[in-house]
Design a protein around this ligand. Structure first.
Ligand SMILES: NC(=O)c1ccc[n+]([C@@H]2O[C@H](COP(=O)([O-])OP(=O)(O)OC[C@H]3O[C@@H](n4cnc5c(N)ncnc54)[C@H](OP(=O)(O)O)[C@@H]3O)[C@@H](O)[C@H]2O)c1
Length: 328
């Protein structure tokens, strides 16, 4: 099969499309014919070696944690799934999964076939949810729902979302905006996208310091900050935009410890039904489909180069099977 292959830690320029054997499902695993796979910043942290102490990779390594596709084989102990079913979900490299203690291992979604652990990290894909949209949802959706669950947001609160135009923001902003006033940071080209997600006000973080700008517009402080972009000391600086007793939720690696700061990790906050909840939100329109830029598998190196370069919007999705089912 064709796969995107990483043979050593490095930048996407060192990735290549190669032939690999089709992975066989082990106990508790499904083999999936991949229709679409989405890209996440964590893929690049792993392949660059930035997190190699915590997440050492076995080479050759196939990236990709988020998948939509068709079940083609069942390993032993995969009750509840059938060959031919359309599924979508999340899996991680073995060292990541064992490191955070989750039963969700994959051989890598950026390939024609992949194995994924059966269980709550995989869900059935209804025909009305396209394979492309389904592949865009798992990591950012789990993390977005975890932010909303941990945030305990109340109707009428004002919430600043830092780093809104990309994956997690595309989930958090629309769901938050149903009951809260959302201020979002975005550059000018992304302003309309973030407003279309439901943000009431947009601050261009390149034109002014967004924290100072929030303090100017809301001298009493905001009720909460959702940080999807800042790391280190900058996260602590963002707590100064909070009203007394306000809280900051952060998804970035390198979030420092602080009494007002909660680090959120979607993979460990997941509960059975999270994937079905995401499906329901998309199908009933409460979660608009994110803006998606698609690539073919033959162009997956360029997709990762674009992700590494930054300034993307919504999600980047690699279409692996050009005919991913009746509604794909
Ligand atoms: N994707 C996931 O499933 C997932 C899961 C768990 C944790 N995380 C972590 O959560 C964070 C967000 O991930 P993501 O996939 O939603 O987004 P992302 O691809 O990391 O994009 C970050 C966004 O923040 C913006 N940004 C960069 N510097 C900024 C600054 N100084 N102030 C305000 N905005 C800034 C970027 O805008 P420009 O592009 O215009 O610079 C971009 O829109 C990442 O650290 C990621 O590692 C992600």
């Amino acid at each position: 099969m064709q796969a995107l292959v990483v043979r050593t830690y490095g930048t996407p320029a060192s990735f290549a499309i190669e032939d690999l054997p089709i992975p066989e499902p082990g106990p508790g695993q499904l083999q999936i014919k991949v229709a679409a796979a989405s890209l996440n910043p964590a893929d690049l942290l792993m392949t660059a070696g930035t997190v190699r102490e915590m997440v050492p990779l076995d080479f050759p390594f196939v990236p990709g944690t988020d998948v939509a596709g068709t079940v083609t084989k069942l390993g032993p102990g995969t009750d509840g799934f059938e060959v031919g079913e359309e599924v979508f979900g999340f899996g991680a490299p073995p060292s990541f999964a064992s490191g955070v203690g989750i039963p969700a291992v994959t051989s890598g979604a950026l390939a024609e076939y992949a194995t994924f652990q059966a269980g709550p990290y995989l869900a059935k894909r209804p025909p009305k949810l396209s394979a492309t949209t389904a592949a865009a949802l798992p990591s950012t959706g789990m993390t977005g729902l975890a932010v909303l669950g941990r945030g305990q947001f109340r109707p009428g609160e004002t919430v600043l979302v830092i780093g809104a135009p990309v994956g997690i923001g595309s989930v958090v902003v629309p769901l938050l905006a149903r009951q809260c006033t959302v201020l979002a940071t975005a550059t000018a080209p992304d302003g309309n996208y973030v407003r279309s997600l439901g943000a009431a006000d947009v601050i261009d973080y390149r034109e002014s310091d967004p924290i100072e700008e929030v303090r100017r517009r809301h001298p009493e402080g905001v009720d909460a900050v959702v940080n999807l972009a800042l790391t280190g000391e900058a996260v602590l600086a963002a707590t100064t935009a909070l009203r007394p007793g306000g809280r900051l939720l952060s998804t970035t690696p390198g979030t420092p410890t602080h009494p007002a700061v909660t680090t959120v990790m979607g993979t460990t906050d997941l509960h059975p039904g999270t994937m079905d909840a995401l499906t329901a939100h998309v199908l009933d329109g409460t979660l608009p489909e994110p803006e998606i830029r698609t690539y073919l598998l033959s162009d997956a190196v360029r997709a990762y180069e674009d992700l590494a370069e930054g300034h993307t919007r919504g999600k980047l999705v690699v279409i692996v099977d050009a005919e991913p089912g009746p509604c794909g």
